[in-house]
Ligand binder design. Structure first.
Ligand code: BGP
Length: 463
C-alpha cells in the first residue's frame, strides 16, 4: 500500500475562538456563555486571556505558514460581530477577522471557518438560548453577515461545532444540565439553524461550500450479547447518526425517534421546517474524532445517575438504553481518554457508506502535559506517535475507497481545553503560560511541529 496522500490533500490545523483568543472584552466584544459559564474546577485557566491569539494572530499564522498548512480551521466569536447576538454590527470585530483572513491568504492558507464553536452570546442565552426559536433567527442573520462580509475570499464554511457533544456533555461544556425535553428541542433548533446556513451559504457565496461538524466516533457493543448490540445501536443513533441523518438525509432517523418517544419527548416544528430539512444539504461532512465509545445494556438502576459527563467516559448512562463500558482492548491517554486509531478507519468507512459525501477531519489529537526544556524544546514523541497512527488509518481508509479530502488536527497552537485548562495541551506550537501565570505567552515549536512540516512537505507518512 502507498504511504503517499492524494495530490491536493488538505493538510491543516484547527483552533476555536474562545479557547485561543482571550481579549474577552476588547474592541466591543460581548460576553458569551463560555465567558460566563459555571466551572466545576476553579483551579484552571479561564478564557479571559487564553493564549492571547487575538493579539498574536500574525505571529501564529506566520508559524503555521512555516509548518506548511494548506488550510486553517478556526471559529469566529459571534460576540465580536454582534456583542448581544443581534442588532448593530460591531465594526471592530468585523475588521479583526478581515485582517485574520487576509493574513492567511497572504501565505496561501485557505480559511475553513466554523460559524459557532460553543460560544453562544450570553444575551441570547438570557432569552432562552437554543431552546427558543428566536435564537435560530439571530444565528441566520449572523451567518448571513459573515457570508456577505467574507464570502468573496472564504469559500469553505462549517456550521456549528459538535452540537452532539454540546448537548450530551452539557454540564462540562455549558456549565449546566439541560432537561431532556428541552435538550432535544434545542437539537431541532440547532439542526434547523444549520439548514438555513447551508441554504444561505449556497445563495450568497459563489462556489461557497459548507458542512456540518459533529464529533463522530463509532459506538461498540461491550459483548456479543444481543442486548449490548441494541445498546450500541441506540447510542450510535443518539450520539452520531441523529445529527448527520438530519444534516445529510433531511430526516429524523427511526431509532432516534424511538428514543425520543420512549422518553416522552415532543419536538415542536415550525411550518417551514419539514421542507427546509428535506431541501438543503451539505457539500461535505467535517468530523472531529478522538476516540471510540463502548456501551452495554444497563441492568441495574440502583446507584446509577442518568446522564453523560464526558464525550467517551464510562459514566455514560441512560436507563433502558445504554451504559458506558471500559473497553479492555484500548489504551488510554493520561487524561483517561481511550486511543483507537483502527476505530478511526471504521468510523470513516461507516460514515462514508452512509452519506457518500467527501469527508474532512477537522479535529483529532492528543491532550498531554508537555514539558518545556531549559533550551526551549518540547519533545512530544507521544503526540507524534498518536498522530502517526491516526494518519496511517486515514491512508488506509482512502485506499479502501473513502473520499477523505483533508486532515486538520487539534490543535494548531496550545489552547485552553474545554475543561482541563492549559495543562492539557494539544498544539504543534507551545505557548508558555501556566494555569495562573500568563507569563510572556511566548511561542515555541514542538518536535511535532517539525514532524508535521515534513509530512506536509512530502505528502506522505515516513515509512
Ligand atoms: C472537542 C471540542 C474542542 C476541544 C476538544 C478536546 O470536543 O470541539 O473544542 O477542546 O474536544 O477536548 P478537551 O478540551 O476537553 O480536551
Amino acid at each position: 500500500m502507498t504511504n503517499t496522500f492524494p495530490e491536493n490533500f488538505l493538510w491543516g490545523a484547527s483552533i476555536s475562538a474562545h479557547q485561543t483568543e482571550g481579549a474577552y472584552q476588547s474592541d466591543g466584544k460581548g460576553l458569551s456563555v463560555q465567558d460566563t459559564r459555571q466551572r466545576d474546577n476553579h483551579e484552571i485557566a479561564d478564557f479571559t486571556v487564553a493564549v492571547d491569539h487575538y493579539h498574536h494572530y500574525k505571529e501564529d499564522i506566520r508559524l503555521l505558514a512555516e509548518m506548511g498548512i494548506k488550510i486553517f480551521r478556526f471559529s469566529i466569536a459571534w460576540t465580536r460581530i454582534f456583542p448581544n447576538g443581534r442588532g448593530e454590527i460591531n465594526q471592530a470585530g468585523l475588521h479583526h477577522y478581515n485582517a485574520v483572513i487576509d493574513e492567511l491568504l497572504k501565505y496561501d492558507i485557505q480559511p475553513f471557518i466554523t460559524l459557532n464553536h460553543f460560544d453562544l452570546p450570553q444575551a441570547l442565552e438570557d432569552e432562552g438560548g437554543w431552546s427558543v426559536r428566536s435564537t435560530v433567527d439571530a444565528f441566520v442573520h449572523y451567518a448571513e453577515t459573515l457570508f456577505e462580509a467574507y464570502g468573496d475570499r472564504v469559500k469553505n464554511w462549517l456550521t456549528i461545532n459538535e452540537p452532539n457533544i454540546m448537548l450530551l456533555v452539557d454540564k462540562k461544556i455549558l456549565g449546566k444540565e439541560i432537561p431532556l425535553q428541552e435538550k432535544y428541542q434545542q437539537f431541532h433548533h440547532l439542526m434547523i439553524a444549520e439548514k438555513y446556513a447551508f441554504k444561505r451559504c449556497h445563495e450568497l457565496i459563489t462556489e461557497g461550500k459548507i458542512g456540518p461538524v459533529p464529533n463522530i466516533s463509532l459506538v461498540y457493543p461491550a459483548t456479543s450479547k444481543p442486548q449490548d448490540n441494541q445498546a450500541a445501536l441506540y447510542f450510535n443513533s443518539v450520539r452520531n447518526w441523529a445529527y448527520l441523518d438530519f444534516s445529510c438525509l433531511g430526516r429524523y432517523n427511526t431509532v432516534f425517534k424511538d428514543y425520543l418517544n420512549r422518553n416522552n419527548i415532543h419536538i415542536t416544528f415550525a411550518p417551514e421546517d419539514k421542507k427546509l430539512m428535506e431541501t438543503h444539504f451539505p457539500d461535505y461532512v467535517a468530523m472531529n474524532f478522538y476516540t471510540t465509545v463502548t456501551v452495554e445494556k444497563p441492568t441495574e438502576k440502583a446507584g446509577m445517575k442518568n446522564g453523560i459527563s464526558d464525550q467517551q467516559s464510562e459514566d455514560i448512562m441512560e436507563w433502558g438504553f445504554y451504559k458506558g463500558f471500559t473497553n479492555p482492548y484500548l489504551a488510554k491517554n493520561e487524561f483517561n481518554w481511550t486511543i483507537d486509531p483502527d476505530g478511526l478507519k471504521t468510523t470513516l468507512q461507516t460514515l462514508y457508506d452512509r452519506y457518500h459525501l467527501p469527508i474532512i477531519i477537522t479535529e483529532n489529537g492528543l491532550g498531554a502535559k508537555d514539558e518545556l526544556t531549559a533550551d526551549g524544546k518540547i519533545h512530544d514523541n507521544y503526540r507524534i506517535n498518536y498522530l502517526n497512527l491516526h494518519i496511517d488509518q486515514c491512508l488506509q481508509a482512502i485506499a479502501a475507497g473513502v473520499d477523505l479530502i483533508g486532515y486538520s488536527p487539534w490543535s494548531a497552537i496550545d489552547l485552553v481545553s474545554v475543561h482541563e485548562g492549559i495543562s492539557k495541551r494539544y498544539g504543534f506550537i507551545y505557548v508558555d503560560r501556566t494555569e495562573h501565570d500568563e507569563k510572556e505567552l511566548s511561542r515555541y515549536k514542538k518536535d511535532s511541529f517539525y514532524w508535521y512540516k515534513t509530512l506536509i512537505e512530502t505528502n506522505q507518512l515516513p515509512s
